[in-house]
Design a protein around this ligand. Structure first.
Ligand code: AMP
Length: 257
């Protein structure tokens, strides 16, 4: 596996094959690795980007404390069969004078809870799509609204990439894997289980939002909402457990393809 840090180096390592891109912010867990393995199975060249994108963090978000361990990530990516790990500095992606942003009109869920978040996501993903020129880009259902936003962007701006979405990988007790789970104390982690459990309770209920809210076991949600992603309806929720913000979703109807 090659680790590249500059746009010039990246251009040199790209080949003519069918290319898969897995955009990430690092601190790899099985969720990230499942995307890399799917890319490996489908593509001849697999590029993983590792970039903690400052543009998608708000002023009160956890950019500073976001977990970073590039050496461990590089080993895990190599074991998953990744060909190229693209790990640029913030200065390389946002040089001085950077002033173009991709704004996808979207409301509800994360868009309303984190103003500016999807502008940062859409901008960095369009940059990565332009730099890597992947045939397929792989994303997790865990961030389902992100998938909806990126599909809207590639459709609206005619970006020649297929967006693939893969199921959320969970711990045995149901908690969705997240790079932020490491911040949870044992007690907070137990408390956090209310989130996936509430979503499961809501999933089959006549009023999914009300049923999920009622099952949150004292966890104060930022939102519990139904969200349309393509042909699927998802029940989504976000909540803070201690100082850690968690999001999760389940499909209520249809299929997230
Ligand atoms: P992140 O590094 O958190 O930006 O995530 C990078 C990619 O991994 C995104 O497409 C996420 O949706 C995906 N991802 C994060 N957690 C999971 C999970 N538990 N299962 C599947 N995919 C995930």
């Amino acid at each position: 596996m090659k680790i590249v840090r500059t746009i010039q180096e990246l251009r040199l390592v790209l080949d003519d094959g069918r290319r898969g891109l897995v955009p990430t912010m690092g601190a790899f867990h099985e969720g990230h690795l499942s995307l890399m393995r799917a890319a490996r199975a489908e593509c001849t060249q697999v590029v993983v980007s590792l970039f903690v994108n400052p543009a998608q963090f708000g002023a009160n978000d956890d950019l500073e404390r976001y977990p970073r361990d590039e050496q461990r990530d590089a080993r895990a990516a190599e074991e998953a069969g990744v060909d190229v790990l693209f790990a640029p500095s913030a200065r390389r992606l946002y040089p001085e004078g950077f002033s173009t942003w991709v704004e996808v009109d979207v409301a509800g869920g994360e868009a309303s809870a984190r103003p500016g978040h999807f502008r940062g996501v859409a901008t960095v993903c369009l940059k990565l799509f332009n730099l890597v020129r992947p045939d397929v880009a792989f994303f997790g259902q865990k961030d389902a609204q992100q998938v909806a936003v990126l599909r809207q962007m590639v459709s609206d701006l005619n970006v020649p990439v297929n967006i693939r979405v893969l199921p959320t990988v969970r711990d045995a007790d149901g908690l969705a894997l997240s790079s932020r789970n490491g911040f949870l104390s044992d007690e907070e982690r137990r408390h956090a289980l209310a989130l996936p459990r509430a979503l499961q309770a809501g999933r089959a209920a006549p009023d999914p939002v009300a049923a999920a809210r009622a099952a949150l076991n004292g966890l104060e949600p930022e939102y519990v909402e139904l969200l349309r992603v393509g042909d699927a309806t998802l029940l989504t929720a976000a909540a803070r457990v201690g100082s850690t913000r968690l999001i999760d979703n389940v499909v209520v109807e249809g299929e997230l393809a």
